[in-house]
Design a protein around this ligand. Structure first.
Ligand code: SF4
Ligand code: SF4
Length: 176
């Protein structure tokens, strides 16, 4: 009985090791042809190492990078200042104010985001009824001061058609 239990344990251990190795082998043999994200394969073979900053990794559309406010095709702000994004914001980092014109139409007056508090949960983007927010594939997102992480509607608004918009590199290398 002891012998059977011993052999069973050994067999299970060997099975788990082989199983794990098979997963690694399968990935190793097919890593260049598997499409991790829609459209990825079309952009060429996957490279894990790139010569940064000369080369940059392609970031998938589902990336939850810092978000932007959108202008529609006619150049108007899509956001009407309803404040839902501020209500659902996990990091409590959005400050919205709206204004009403003579016709009773609401528009955005103030939209401040403190990205130092943002946890990139994406709730603001998902809950926006106007679809006025979009994530960007920005990943060069380093700052020396917290104040530099405060953005407002002027620094965040982009045209809706600028699909691949990324925030310009904000990393400032201090002069030596
Ligand atoms: S991503 Fe999350 S934490 Fe960041 S601003 Fe949106 S709701 Fe707030
Ligand atoms: S971004 Fe969307 S949810 Fe936030 S205030 Fe504007 S319209 Fe409302």
């Amino acid at each position: 009985m002891v012998m059977i239990r011993y052999l069973k344990k050994k067999f299970t251990a060997a099975y788990n090791i082989v199983n794990g190795m098979m997963v690694s082998m399968r990935w190793w043999l097919t890593w260049n042809s598997v499409e991790l994200y829609p459209g990825e394969k079309k952009r060429g073979p996957r490279k894990f190492t790139v010569q940064y900053p000369k080369e940059r990794h392609w970031i998938p559309d589902i990336e939850r990078g810092p978000m932007i406010l959108l202008r529609d095709g006619e150049g108007k702000e899509k956001c009407n200042g309803c404040g839902i994004c501020a209500m659902v914001c996990t990091g409590n980092c959005i400050d919205v104010e709206r204004q009403k014109d003579d016709a009773g139409k609401f528009s955005l007056k103030k939209y401040d985001v403190d990205f130092a508090r943002c946890v990139y949960c994406n709730l603001c983007v998902e809950y926006c009824p106007q679809k006025a927010l979009r994530n960007t594939p920005t990943y060069e997102w380093g700052f020396y001061k917290r104040q530099e992480m405060l953005f407002n509607k002027d620094t965040m608004t982009q045209d809706e058609k600028d699909k691949g918009f990324v925030y310009p590199s904000v990393i400032k290398i201090p002069e030596r």
